[in-house]
Design a binder for this molecule. Sequence first.
Ligand SMILES: Nc1ncnc2c1ncn2[C@@H]1O[C@H](COP(=O)(O)OP(=O)(O)OP(=O)(O)O)[C@@H](O)[C@H]1O
Ligand SMILES: [Mg+2]
Length: 190
Amino acid sequence: MRTKKLIREEVACYRKSASRKEVESKSFEIAQRLIKLDSFKASQAIMCYMDFKNEVMTGYIIDYCFKHGKRVVLPLVDSINGIKKVVPYEVVNLENDLMPGVFGILEPRKDSARVFNVKEIDLVIVPGVAFDTGRNRIGYGAGFYDRFLEAVKPDCTKIGIAFEFQIYDDIPVEEHDIPLDFVITEERII
Ligand SMILES: Nc1ncnc2c1ncn2[C@@H]1O[C@H](COP(=O)(O)OP(=O)(O)OP(=O)(O)O)[C@@H](O)[C@H]1O
Ligand SMILES: [Mg+2]
């Protein structure tokens, strides 16, 4: 089996070569599959992420949530007692409530967005570098999402969204890695 490191490198290469058009159309297809899921329909508060560098684009999903009265929650990586962690914030307006953070990724502004109670999140859309058919996930290697997902309520739905080139048969899993309920690509729901 490939190592996490090798998989991160392979996927980075695919991402670099993907065209903007391809990323946009596949992201739209993924959003369409997501919004048709019963667990998405039933969810009131949805945690999403802000995409960067050819990740699955989340704009369609966030727009849909605003239009359909679902609450939108986004992550801020914040330092709490010197330890960096994911803190969920509710965002009501993408223009006012966000600003560029690390690597230029948009994140919630502490002075306008509000911290959201993690136990009130019904569904989390989890970013990732790669996923496998057993719904395991590899992220960027900080363990931020693994720690965050330990804190959500037990019936919170965890969904990975990814392009087909991010799907492997089998990826290495460590004890702290938290599996997902669904992985959605432009071609299928795993
Ligand atoms: N729940 C946890 N408690 C303590 N340490 C953890 C936990 N989850 C992950 N870690 C640590 O974080 C490091 C990175 O983990 P891993 O390789 O799984 O990252 P990742 O899943 O790719 O990252 P991310 O979740 O940020 O996308 C590991 O050294 C691991 O020991
Ligand atoms: Mg992990």
